[in-house]
Design a protein around this ligand. Structure first.
Ligand SMILES: O=C(CO)[C@H](O)COP(=O)(O)O
Length: 253
């Protein structure tokens, strides 16, 4: 049975310490145990130090775990790095790759993003590939910029790979509100064309996303990638409810 499923992700970035992350994760697990809406997937991405405990908290809830980054080698003399096998062992299903902050603050290049994409897929992790235009222009300009980033990141990867394409206009990250819904819909239309050859890809929007946005977007995107506006689990619950309302009817196969 399958239908138009929705996907909601949350990255906690470096906003919460270990105790606050535990509290947040406990609240998410409690909400999930009340029953995630049918047709809606949820993944959460805490800091590295909270992964093992989060995996235990989330066990049996249906909520998937992810990491905010990874190194592109599987093992070796790479001081301070975390490998894909380690993330798998910690209980991760997803791994964020190429976030705008890593590109801006840590100099991650397209080549590094490509190496990490290969390593993630090689190790059975689902990449949450973060791509976005630097400045607000026309939707056509945004699609062209994202297409160039995607071509580099996905070069040589099997098109049947499972992939989360997290489109995040860089100018909307950390802002007071998301990009305008008509802009999101226009760019998402172009990105869906880009992803036409990737049958297992999900297109989600990130960049100050929060309650109310999915209702306005309908099925322009497959879901949202939340940041600050999901620190309140009540707001996350609202987004999940909106996602369920926009998920298509289950279709018997
Ligand atoms: O990573 C993000 C979502 O997890 C993205 O950077 C948006 O963050 P926000 O601006 O705090 O929503």
């Amino acid at each position: 049975m399958s239908g138009r499923t929705r996907l909601v992700g949350v990255s906690l970035k470096m906003y919460m310490g270990l105790a606050r992350t535990r509290e947040w994760m406990d609240a998410v697990a409690a909400a999930a145990r009340e029953g995630l809406p049918p047709g809606v997937g949820l993944f959460v991405i805490p800091g590295f130090l909270s992964l093992r405990e989060s995996a235990e908290i989330l066990d049996g809830t249906g909520v998937a775990l992810g990491a905010q980054n990874m190194f592109w080698e599987d093992a070796g003399a790479f001081t301070g790095e975390v490998s894909a096998p380690m993330l798998r062992e910690a209980g991760c299903r997803y791994v964020e790759i190429g976030h705008a902050e890593r590109r801006r603050l840590f100099g991650e290049t397209e080549e590094v993003v490509s190496l990490k994409m290969r390593a993630a897929i090689r190790n059975g992790l689902v990449p949450v590939l973060c791509i976005g235009e630097m400045r607000r222009g026309t939707p056509e300009q945004a699609v062209a910029e994202c297409a160039a980033q995607f071509a580099s990141a996905a070069e040589g990867l099997p098109a049947e790979s499972e992939l989360v394409f997290a489109w995040e206009p860089v100018w909307a990250i950390g802002a007071a509100e998301p990009a305008p819904p008509d802009y999101i819909a226009a760019v998402a239309g172009g990105l869906r064309t880009l992803l036409a050859g990737w049958p297992r890809a999900k297109l989600i929007y990130g960049g100050s996303a929060g309650p109310g946005l999915l209702t306005r977007l309908g099925d322009a995107v497959d879901g949202l990638f939340l940041g600050r506006f999901a620190h309140d689990v009540g707001a996350l619950r609202q987004v999940l409810t909106e996602a369920a309302a926009s998920a298509g009817p289950a279709v018997l196969q």
